[in-house]
Design a protein around this ligand. Structure first.
Ligand code: PHE
Length: 509
């Protein structure tokens, strides 16, 4: 097989890379804190059901879009219908927005991994407020991601996934075992996590689980279209979808198993109440867990090091996929070399992540000066992409594959019904309730209009509208390329190199 051809060399490489994209901060951080905010076990069950039923279907749709076109997301949608190409551009813009805050969070995980023995507890505000330190760690996190994507799909992304995903799984299993053996409090932690009390589950809890499943599976943002485009022609996409979803579900499940018993154990031995530990808040990862680890002595510090290293790895394999979506489009649309495309995208997003880091740091330290719509830029970008734009992207994929593919290529039977009707209806529900929740958030006195929430909604609508305008003005009638462009460029470079060598040989000194 031609080594220069951009694509995964093996089925397992493709599946591990997709699972690497899926498993990230969403599983290790978002899931545990949302689970605790929504009453524990019942949330876990709804979440797993969402992954297997709704998420898997949308993932299969995205893999299919990628593989049938063997091209970037814009070309993939254009291949279905030229007017749908704007959805492709939207799912290239979404990962660029995600990258701006995911890089910052990746930087935080690096800082916490490095600080495991110095002590992380109680230092969140100080670190977040130290802009120079945040930028430095963000860059340290971004560099390996850029180098891996520069190395290409087979030699970079696939090799990294084959090494990193099993490493992550192993570390998580070790931490879960240690957590389960801690003794006092473990039983209560397990009961909280695994004994469902469905009366605690609210409608917004169910929607949150669905949204979480979408984010966790990297849906609606081009990642699975890009990876699908690089999958081998003979790979059974339905089977791979099941493998990726099971891996993502397994790692999510294990992350709860690692965190809840340790959390309840710490509460039991320290006498701190669980609510005072802030287990229901987003501070779980950077405030509460460091405290728990350090409260357990040296062993806890080792576990802390393992935990944050694993989290940094998880974030790394996710950011790689986000970077690849944008890179693939730039390479194919502008016919530039991979190194240059990665360099431009990574530098621009790194520069944009600076205001995000500053905004978060100021907010954490009590200043809302650098906030928009009452949120720091990280919350703003996260809310706009996670709650609105990603479901929109996933909806587009299901509808395009379900209704717009040539009849012979459409799914039939159960999967067909899911892609065409059930999943789109559920996604529309997520979208509508997500939007209502944003513009009319629940307060103690019932729901009330929020100008800030409305501002966020308009931001998302603005991004979607601008993307559509840009597409119809500049891209619809232009060549947006395919994977073959990179293949052809690689071959040309190789030939030129060989010709150069030969010329050198023919001309002895
Ligand atoms: N799925 C990743 C996570 O759980 C996040 C992600 C979103 C990755 C979108 C790629 C694309 O953290």
């Amino acid at each position: 097989m031609n080594q220069k051809r951009p694509g995964f060399g093996t089925r397992i490489g493709f599946e591990l890379a997709a699972a690497g994209s899926a498993v990230g901060l969403g599983n290790l951080w978002g899931f545990p804190y949302k689970t605790s905010a929504n009453g524990g076990a019942a949330y876990l069950f709804v979440y797993l059901a969402c992954i297997l039923l709704v998420g898997a279907v949308a993932m299969l749709a995205e893999f299919t879009l990628g593989r049938r076109s063997r091209a970037n997301a814009v070309s993939a949608y254009k291949a279905v219908s030229p007017n749908l190409g704007w959805l492709g551009l939207l799912v290239v813009v979404i990962p660029a927005l995600i990258m701006c805050y995911y890089l910052v969070l990746g930087g935080y995980t690096v800082k916490y991994a490095l600080g495991s023995f110095v002590g992380n507890a109680g230092k969140y505000e100080a670190f977040a407020g130290n802009v120079g330190d945040v930028i430095l760690h963000t860059a340290v996190f971004a560099l390996p991601a850029a180098l891996i994507v520069i190395a290409g799909v087979r030699n970079g992304i696939e090799k990294a996934a084959k090494l990193l995903l099993p490493t992550m799984l192993l570390i998580l299993i070790v931490i879960s075992c240690v957590s389960l053996l801690l003794g006092e409090g473990v039983q209560e932690g397990l009961a909280f996590y695994l004994k469902p009390d469905f009366s605690k589950l609210t409608g917004s809890g169910i929607l949150s689980a669905m949204g979480q499943a979408f984010f966790s599976l990297s849906l609606g943002c081009g990642a699975m279209i890009a990876y699908g485009s690089y999958s081998g022609q003979t790979v059974d996409l339905a089977r791979s979808t099941v493998v990726v979803c099971l891996l993502d579900g397994l790692l999510t499940f294990l992350s709860g198993l690692a965190i809840f018993p340790a959390l309840f154990h710490y509460a039991a031995i320290s006498g701190a109440s669980l609510s005072s530990l802030g287990m229901g808040g987003a501070g779980l990862m950077f405030i509460t867990l460091p405290m728990v680890f350090e409260g357990l002595g040296l062993a806890g510090q080792i576990i802390g090091l393992l935990f944050f290293t694993m989290t940094a790895i998880a974030a790394l394999t996710s950011i790689i996929s986000i970077l690849e979506v944008v890179t693939q489009f730039i390479i194919q649309r502008h016919k530039v070399a991979r190194t240059r495309a990665v360099g431009v995208v990574a530098l621009v997003c790194l520069a944009l992540s600076v205001p995000v880091g500053i905004s978060l740091g100021m907010d954490v330290n009590g200043s809302k000066v650098f906030c928009l719509f009452g949120r720091n830029l990280l919350e703003l970008l996260d809310g706009v992409t996670n709650t609105l734009l990603m479901p929109l992207g996933a909806l587009g994929a299901c509808l395009a594959v379900g209704w717009r593919l040539p009849k012979a290529e459409r799914f039939s039977g159960f999967v067909g019904a899911m892609v065409r009707i059930v999943t789109p209806v559920l996604i529309v529900l997520i979208l509508v309730f997500g939007a209502v929740d944003m513009a009319f958030p629940a307060t103690a006195a019932g729901r009330a209009f929020s100008a800030d929430g409305f501002g966020m909604l308009m931001t998302a609508a603005g991004v979607a509208a601008l993307t559509a305008i840009a597409y119809f003005l500049w891209l619809k009638n232009r060549d947006t390329g395919s994977n073959q462009d990179e293949e052809a460029a690689n071959l040309k470079r190789e030939e030129a190199f060989r010709a150069g060598l030969q010329r050198g040989w023919q001309r002895p000194e």
